[in-house]
Ligand binder design. Structure first.
Ligand code: SF4
Ligand code: SF4
Length: 385
């Protein structure tokens, strides 16, 4: 099992981050041989065009620090590539680089930004849920993927960290189709672990976690910034996620970690992992606010009760706050079941969700730029609680 290097880091000073990450890369088992004369692709989390202060995206200082540390260990040309939410076009790629503070940082650090939008199929015959993936070209071409994730809560998968960040190698709105295909979170987590396993098998992968300031509440985009004060590095996104799950106080409840534990990709317990550097116990935050959707987890014990209808009835559902909504239509475009439409009410246009067809993937909440999609808990569960 790969060791996880963990250190405290309370600010986004690039020199400090570079120093920490350089030591972490060595401790995690990265060698110069693994990096020199290799095509190294940096894959951050740029889920939407948002200022890094919102903590929805990987902070540019962590990417800069990682780039400097990788260069000092032999990496020559560094390419940055990401397929964010929304369409995978040159225009949206530019928008995200600008909005997330990436463009300026990349120019300064001499990192090549990817603007191409081609993709290719990668096969994974051993996949449990999915045996082939359409993957953006720079990732297909990479020898080394540096997966630079953000430590966040997530409405669907409870936590977004190393494994979930790799979903951003699927081109643009094809991610929406994958949500429709893997509509239950359990299947979605299986698919995410297939994807991570496929990439890990065919490439060298280094996962670096920006947990300096992460997110709590309704992540991955609408939550509240929360200072976790850590940086982590590991050659396995599965092992790193087990540590992140523990630090957030979510032990045993993150679907992707459950799957990776069951597949033997990481142990069931953090005590069976080699966590090196600082004492991880000092970074456990037991009062992290989970996403509003996380209460749905208690229902997973009875997934097939009444043909699954009870679970669907009781699960928290998305609801549009008409006062905040600016009718941009991003949620409708992101909905895998096309269940959001514009209706006229009192002479005014309103976005409405048809709950009957909603699969509770919460993409609408994730992609709404105005935080206008709220999660409404079932009234029966509210009374019981
Ligand atoms: S994405 Fe948000 S602001 Fe835009 S239409 Fe949907 S709910 Fe309204
Ligand atoms: S309405 Fe929202 S939660 Fe429901 S299927 Fe569409 S995107 Fe997913």
């Amino acid at each position: 099992m790969f060791p996880v290097a963990l250190d405290g880091c309370t600010n986004y000073d690039i020199e400090t981050i570079e120093k920490i990450l350089k030591q972490q890369l060595i401790s995690a088992g990265v060698s110069e041989e693994m990096l020199s004369e290799k095509k190294v692709v940096l894959k951050p989390n740029l889920v939407m065009s948002k200022n890094p202060d919102y903590a929805a995206t990987t902070h540019p200082a962590v990417i800069a620090g990682a780039a400097r540390a990788l260069r000092s260990m032999g990496a020559a040309e560094l390419v940055l590539a990401e397929s964010s939410g929304g369409p995978y076009t040159e225009t949206t790629i530019r928008l995200h680089y600008n909005g997330c503070g990436i463009k300026e940082m990349a120019q300064r650090e001499n990192i090549t930004l990817n603007y191409k939008t081609d993709a290719a199929m990668m096969q994974f015959p051993d996949g449990s849920a999915c045996r082939s993936f359409h993957v953006i070209q720079p990732i297909c071409d990479a020898d080394v993927i540096v997966n630079i994730c953000k430590m966040k809560t997530h409405s669907l998968t409870k936590m977004s960290c190393g494994v979930k960040n790799l979903y951003g190698v699927i081109p643009g709105t094809e991610k929406v189709e994958m949500h429709a295909r893997f509509s239950r979170v359990e299947n979605f987590a299986e698919m995410l672990c297939d994807l991570a396993q496929m990439l890990l098998k065919s490439k060298t992968m280094i996962t670096i976690c920006d947990g300096v300031c992460g997110m709590e509440g309704n992540g991955p985009t609408g939550g509240t910034p929360r200072k976790y004060g850590v940086l982590m590095t590991c050659l396995s996104p599965f092992a790193l996620d087990l540590v992140a799950e523990h630090l957030l106080g979510f032990d045993g409840t993150v679907p992707t970690v459950q799957v990776s534990t069951r597949r033997g990709l990481c142990p069931a317990d953090i005590t069976q992992l080699d966590v090196i550097g600082a004492d991880y116990k000092n970074y456990i935050t037991n009062d992290v606010v989970p996403p509003d959707t996380s209460r749905r987890s208690i229902l997973r014990d009875f997934p097939n009760l009444f043909g699954g209808r009870l679970v669907r009835f009781l699960e928290p559902r998305p609801k549009i706050d008409q006062k905040k909504c600016v009718r941009c239509g991003v949620c409708a475009a992101s909905c895998p079941k096309k269940t959001i439409s514009i209706k006229e009410k009192g002479g005014k246009k309103q976005l409405k969700i048809q709950n009957k067809h909603c699969i509770r993937c919460y993409c609408c909440q994730e992609m709404c730029p105005k935080n206008a999609v709220k999660i409404q808990k079932n009234f029966i569960l509210r009374i019981v609680r």
